[in-house]
Design a protein around this ligand. Structure first.
Ligand SMILES: NC(=O)c1ccc[n+]([C@@H]2O[C@H](COP(=O)([O-])OP(=O)(O)OC[C@H]3O[C@@H](n4cnc5c(N)ncnc54)[C@H](O)[C@@H]3O)[C@@H](O)[C@H]2O)c1
Length: 253
């Protein structure tokens, strides 16, 4: 296998792996030799994903985890250590959107859920992943932010707040743990055709949003996952603290 994409024996934890980007990333890492610890608040969904990946011969465990719970995030890392001896790669991918609405209509419950899942959920994951990676002397973390973490996001202010916070956690973590040989980066996709988007936007709406991008379309999950693989690659050893847009050119406008 090309060493750029050879994940043989690497233990990878992925949150939010029951569907969308997390599911596809799990499938792609398994094909390339990784051992997987998958979790999601949707226990049935994540166990189904694990079952289909295991059928191809990969080593995989799956469990329920609400990333808003610090204890449950710890349990995921503990399970990885118990099943496979550690955590080489961690992808803090679980996240939620909220209905499009102007900032002056965003109420406290939306702020709370965005903060609990999209911000605290990432910090809880990082906390226990880093504790283990410090013991190992190495590790690689990829946080899933968004274009909304880099730019203003009209009608998505609470989501933008949360995804900007993920960038803050990523950059600070990279600086704090660079000397410990732990790389920490974030990926920042524009609208991508996962259930998060297809559940609220029909084809007409997708086309309309796609027009914002110089490439005149939304992203495909495989395009985002290809960049995730590159960022996680065992050959990609000097990249840390970076927040990479996968956005059809939106951030260039
Ligand atoms: N699809 C996009 O357009 C897009 C763009 C930018 C960033 N993102 C980010 O990418 C990540 C993955 O999103 P996706 O597009 O695959 O969405 P998705 O809705 O298809 O999948 C998200 C997964 O996260 C899980 N999840 C939600 N809340 C959780 C919780 N509290 N604990 C554990 N799991 C939970 C869901 O059950 C689901 O399986 C998210 O962080 C999202 O914000 C998505």
């Amino acid at each position: 296998m090309d060493p750029l994409l050879d994940f043989t024996g690497k233990v990878a934890v992925i949150t939010g792996a029951a569907q969308g980007l997390g599911q596809l990333l799990a499938q792609e890492l398994a094909k390339r030799g990784a051992k997987l610890v998958l979790c999601d608040i949707n226990e049935t969904g994540v166990k189904q994903v694990a079952k289909s990946i295991a059928a191809s011969g990969a080593k995989v465990i799956a469990m329920r985890c609400d990333v808003a719970s610090s204890e449950q995030c710890k349990a995921v890392v503990d399970s990885a250590i118990k099943a496979f001896g550690g955590v080489d790669i961690a992808v803090n991918n679980a996240g939620i959107a909220h209905e499009f609405m102007p900032l002056h209509d965003i109420d406290e419950s939306i702020m709370d859920s965005q903060f609990a899942i999209n911000v605290k959920g990432v910090q809880f994951g990082m906390r226990y992943q880093i504790q283990q990676m410090l013991k190992q002397g190495q590790g690689c973390i990829l946080n899933v932010s968004s274009m909304a973490g880099l730019c203003g996001s009209p009608l998505g202010s609470a989501y933008a707040m949360a995804k900007h916070a993920v960038i803050g956690l990523t950059k600070t973590g990279a600086v704090e743990y660079g000397r410990a040989n732990i790389r920490i980066n974030a990926i920042c996709p524009f609208f991508t055709l996962t259930p998060m988007v297809t559940n609220f936007a029909d084809e007409e709406k997708q086309k309309k949003i796609g027009k914002i991008a110089p490439m005149n379309r939304l992203g495909e999950p495989k395009e985002v996952v290809a960049t995730m693989l590159m960022m996680l690659s065992p050959a990609n050893t000097y990249m840390t603290g970076q927040c990479i847009a996968v956005d059809g050119g939106v951030s260039a406008t």
